[in-house]
Design a protein around this ligand. Structure first.
Ligand code: BGC
Length: 335
């Protein structure tokens, strides 16, 4: 445990302080662990679900372990320079451990070097640093998922649906599925890899595909909606399926489809993440399925690593961890 904070809140951008459990007086004889958590952008629907899971998990861990945990959550609002500045300040305040959702996943080297100099361990999550950066220090970890496996599971959902409802899906009966593709952010490990793996799985499953259009909608609901509006205007009923790298963009596409003009169109929409809104859309029959990107499982791994590393302990065993990288399994969610 490092020395305790010198009083007052961090003089940084909007910080949400969570002191889970008892007050300092009630627990004055227990250890205090100070954790900084930085999100690339809390406007992101999946990241906001992760924040909730992390919050709950830190509270639970504090109750289970003899330790007072103070967590400071920061939003880097899509700006790597802001995030670097926030990290610098956490380091100056001598926090015990930092959990970092990078804005730019190729920009981890300097952060790792700063952490190493100050001996403050780092748990990256969701946006994966390149392996050369992860190798810079042995107190650097990553928690995420296997992008190719996520895409493969999307492909399986698609194939399963196609087998059962071939006529509904192949509306024009040409033996091909005409689809549009909503891709995440360029350069993000979960964008191109999910796409490639999903399409490969569908093709290997014997279904011919024809891509009408595709675009990066940067994980965003609004951008997914906008792209879909454009494609509906261009291709209309020619679209048979929407494949989306995440649920937020898929939900945006669904909203575009809600316009009365398109009310009669049968277009199958497939997402990934398993956020609540997508699960509801599946129940209502508006989406054929999604893949659970296990925010809770990832939060549990992050919190366990942070608790151990922050106390200068060797991390306890964690399922699905190899070479300091934890890849929490995905799961298929359909009706
Ligand atoms: C999620 C997306 C999210 C992105 C943020 C991905 O793993 O599937 O929904 O927007 O991470 O980095």
């Amino acid at each position: 445990m490092k020395k305790s904070i010198g009083g007052g809140l961090l003089g940084l951008l909007a910080a949400a302080m969570l002191c889970a459990g008892c007050t300092a007086d009630e627990k004055s004889d227990t250890q205090e662990l100070r954790v900084g958590v930085l999100f690339y952008n809390q406007d992101d629907m999946f990241i906001s679900a992760m924040r909730q899971e992390l919050d709950e998990c830190f509270r639970k861990t504090e109750k289970q372990e003899e330790c007072r945990i103070t967590v400071s959550f920061f939003d880097s609002m899509g700006n790597q320079l802001t995030q670097n500045e926030q990290i610098k300040q956490f380091i100056e305040r001598d926090y015990d451990v930092l959990c970092v959702n990078l804005v730019d996943r190729t920009d981890a080297a300097a952060i790792i070097d700063e952490g190493k100099k100050a001996d403050i361990p780092l748990v990256f999550f969701n946006r994966e640093p390149v392996s050369a950066d992860l190798a810079r220090w042995d107190k650097v970890y990553y928690v995420g998922a296997d992008a190719a496996e996520g895409g493969r599971q999307q492909g399986e959902i698609f194939l399963e649906y196609y087998k059962k409802h071939k006529d509904v899906m192949d509306k024009n009966g040409d033996g091909l599925i005409q689809y549009v593709l909503l891709e995440g952010e360029p350069g993000h490990q979960d964008a191109a890899i999910r796409t490639e793996s999903c399409i490969k799985t569908i093709k290997e499953g014997g279904v011919e595909m024809r891509r009408l259009a595709g675009a990066n909608a940067n994980w965003r609901f609004n951008q997914g909606k906008e792209k879909m509006e454009g494609w509906l205007a261009e291709f209309g009923d020619g679209i048979e399926a929407v494949i989306s790298n995440n649920d937020a963009m898929a939900l945006g596409a669904l909203e575009a489809l809600d316009e009365p003009e398109w009310a009669d169109l049968q277009i199958q929409v497939l997402g990934l993440d398993g956020i609540e809104e997508a699960q509801a859309a599946i129940k209502e029959g508006r989406m054929i399925g999604t893949v659970l990107n296990d925010a809770k499982g990832q939060a549990e791994a992050i919190v366990q690593l942070a608790a151990d590393l922050g106390r200068d302990e060797t991390p306890r065993a964690i399922s699905h961890m190899e070479n300091r990288v934890v890849r929490v399994p995905y799961d298929i969610l359909t009706q």
